[in-house]
Design a protein around this ligand. Sequence first.
Ligand code: URA
Length: 300
Amino acid sequence: MTPSGPVSDISAPISDAAQALALLRFYLDAGADAAIEETPISRFGLAGTRTEPAGPKAPAPVRVPAPIRATEPSAPKAAAPRANVTQAAAILGANDRALAESARAAAASARSLDELKEILGRFEGIESLRARATNMVFADGNPESRVMLVGEAPGADEDRLGKPFVGVSGQLLDRMLGSIGLDRTSFYITNICFWRPPGNRKPTEAELVAQAPFVQRHVELVNPKVLVLVGASSAHALLGTNDGITRLRGRWFEYKSAGLPAPIPALPIFHPAFLLRQPGQKRETWADLLKLKARLAELG
Ligand code: URA
């Protein structure tokens, strides 16, 4: 609580320390515990205020090169290409680049999903996430299935249980996929971020870049027939586009990677957390899921 309303003539000058203390005591007794004014005062411009020496400016936003992974033969070009997570390594600082390089070498050495999980679990470089998380959230479902879903980042429930998409939005996703006959025995699911970011903040670009080689290797090792990119961050990271999810969803892209025998068709969809907030958009997602179902039928 803060002082409010006239409790005495507070505009009158306080002549001595005893008076000042009495007034302060009164405020404390009344429950006031912070000294603030109704309008903020900028102290920076006040005479006599010590100013910080001008430090280095925040780095200017870096323009990023065109995507190399996403190809979209028949769709319109992305207006403002954004780096996919691998390309973004090029715009990070030297430390982050070195981290991305060692992540690449570590991930590339994995010959199986178990090895990848084990190497990722030991990889020291994503401490900003790992140190605060309860569990690493690697994957769930059937790695032999034709469909691999890639979401964004674990939340509190996933962190507690060590499995992706087990909270409220995961339950909605399960229901959505159930509507086209898929369940966790017939799809495999992971995220672009393997630990819950503290306070559910968004993972930083550096954190995503460090994890990207593991995501890439994950897809290579599973080599599904179809990828479903759940939410904007996942679509951006894997397709290297900056387009909004409203523009991306429901369109087929190709995910390419050097370790894959052939590109994989990739379908971005709305994130279920978004659908929980905007249930009116479930209609679009239903249409997208029908596209997925048709594609799977074509693939036989
Ligand atoms: N949202 C995600 O993107 N991934 C999860 O695992 C859970 C919620």
